[in-house]
Ligand binder design. Structure first.
Ligand code: NDP
Length: 494
């Protein structure tokens, strides 16, 4: 006798033998009726789900958001009121690499947060950078194609990347951050997170404020040079997973200071830049960061697949007191992320335990594959349509957002007209000390290996428009790395 649980089929029947196939004689063929063998092999064939097209390689943990500041004048969100503590999940990721990619690659890092609030899940799906490469959502699929594999060689293409970037000056801010020290953080704990988009807050009086979210690492910024990153990858491709998992396992819980920048609604018409442009920051001098709390990660997932691979973050998940903004890329992501989850995980992806809200859920959606919540979610079998006379779930007018003022003629406005793509990059460049600039130049030069000179020259013009030293620094680094362009003349003037 043993007190071990009985191994069963997925239908619950005892499995008599998990070692030996059922055959006709010791040398004979397998019997079709060895259904458990068929089930075992069929399950193995279905162990993988489609990896994310972007942000496929990720690392995650659970934790808590504690609010210490008071921004109740701006937002009615319960999870942002003084003293609120909200359980949450974080998933960090690289953007371009596949699920098996090495962790220590130079890339933007995803910084996705899911807050399980009493008013529904609030997801903030940001990056470790405050800006992004594009400001119009039409650009996203093309941009990502340049980061992924060439359709013929099946290799990453530096030519495609720099061709695209050099033809898209709005990418320059993010390219500069990517190629700077912050483009290769040592671990997920040693980087900031940013909501990146402009969102909005609204309060009980129906007043709206624009808001940007910042998560400042309390572990300090730590980065690797390209050479250090390569040395780490030579030893382990899973450096981020190891660092995050064992930090939490050992009780060294990573923390981030949470800040917001707030802009009164009508001030959006006064800034010299479009405050809804994803390639721009709001200068701290104009909109000082307000400290509102602490994010702490303190619990590892029990099962990576169930809780991290299945985690479904979408910026469309907001709660009363938080709203969106006219940021075009944000508006497109509101569709795109939920759609990705419906494709990867299925219609009922928000019923997977890691995605389930921790508050009551009542809706009238029906049926569908993997509807595991008992048919309908109204709490009353007669209330399966709306409106009804059977006390089914009803709307909550208090959750109604104040009107978002939008005006203007419908048109396809040229997103490059009236936007300065250089001034904020210059502010960043001027923050760098000599060592940071030197590493920026050599990182760019390294990434430009094999790129045709006409593309390099086109990109150098953008660098020169930021600062003459930017162009000359990269040019010198290109010469040192690749013997590039001894006789090339700059065409930077403008
Ligand atoms: P500030 O001098 O007030 O802010 C400087 C910001 O730059 C700080 O937020 C700081 O990061 C960040 N920073 C410092 N060193 C680096 C670095 N090596 N790589 C990336 N970021 C760095 O000036 P502004 O607010 O006017 O911003 C100037 C430039 O700084 C911007 O054009 C932008 O490129 C960059 N920046 C601005 C942010 C903002 O929200 N205003 C946020 C991040 C970067 P930290 O976030 O750690 O405080």
């Amino acid at each position: 006798m043993t007190d071990r649980p009985t191994m069963t089929t997925t239908a619950g029947a005892p499995v008599p033998d998990n070692q030996n196939a059922l055959t006709a004689g010791p040398l004979g063929g397998i019997m079709m009726q060895d259904y458990q063998l068929i089930e075992k092999l069929a399950h193995q064939n279905r162990e993988r789900i489609p990896e994310r097209v972007v942000h496929a390689k990720g690392w995650g943990a659970f934790g808590t958001l504690k609010i210490t500041g008071d921004i109740s004048e701006y937002t009615k969100a319960m999870c942002l009121q003084p003293g609120a503590e909200t359980p949450m999940l974080a998933r960090f990721s690289t953007v371009a690499g596949e699920q098996g990619a090495a962790d220590h690659e130079r890339d933007v890092r995803g910084f996705a947060l899911k807050f399980y609030t009493g008013e529904g899940n609030w997801d903030l799906v940001g990056n470790n950078t405050p800006v992004f490469f594009i400001r119009d959502p039409y650009k996203f699929p093309d941009f990502i194609h340049t980061q992924k594999r060439h359709p013929k060689t099946n290799l990453r293409s530096a030519t495609a990347m720099w061709d695209y970037w050099s033809l898209s000056p709005e990418s320059l801010h993010q390219v500069t951050i990517l190629m700077s020290d912050r483009g290769l953080p040592q671990t997920p704990m040693h980087m900031n997170g940013y909501g990146s988009h402009t969102y909005s807050f609204w309060n009980d009086a129906g007043e709206r404020y624009w808001v940007k979210f910042h998560f400042k690492t309390q572990q300090d910024h730590k980065f690797f040079t390209n050479e250090e990153g390569e040395a780490v990858i030579g030893k382990t491709r899973e450096g981020y997973q190891e660092a995050l998992f064992y930090a939490i396992d050992n009780g060294a819980f990573p923390r981030w200071t949470v800040q917001v920048q707030i802009m009164p609604e009508l001030d959006s018409e006064k800034t010299p830049y479009n405050p809804f442009d994803l390639t721009k920051v709001w200068p701290h001098a104009d909109f000082p960061p307000i400290e509102i709390g602490v994010l702490e990660l303190n619990r590892n997932p029990e099962n990576y697949f169930a809780e991290i691979e299945n985690a479904a973050f979408s910026p469309s998940n907001i709660v009363p007191g938080i709203g969106f903004s006219p940021d075009k890329v944000l508006q497109a992501r509101l569709f795109s992320y939920a759609d990705a989850h419906r494709y990867r995980l299925g219609t009922h992806y928000e019923n997977i335990p890691v995605n389930q809200p921790r508050c009551p859920v009542h809706h009238y959606h029906r049926d569908g594959q993997m509807n595991t919540y008992g048919g309908i979610r109204t709490g009353n079998p007669e209330a399966y349509y709306e409106p009804n006379s059977f006390d089914g779930p009803a709307e909550q007018p208090l959750a109604k957002e104040p009107p978002l003022k939008v005006d203007g003629d419908m048109s396809r406005y040229d997103h490059r007209v009236g936007n300065d793509d250089y001034v904020q990059v210059r502010a960043l460049f001027n923050l760098f000390d000599e060592g940071q600039k030197s590493r920026l130049f050599s990182n760019i030069a390294a990434a430009m290996g094999g790129v045709p000179s006409e593309i390099i020259e086109r990109q150098l013009i953008h660098f020169a428009r930021v600062h003459p030293d930017y162009e000359t620094g990269v040019r010198a680094a290109l010469k040192a790395a690749h013997g590039y362009g001894a006789d090339t003349i700059s065409t930077a003037a403008e």
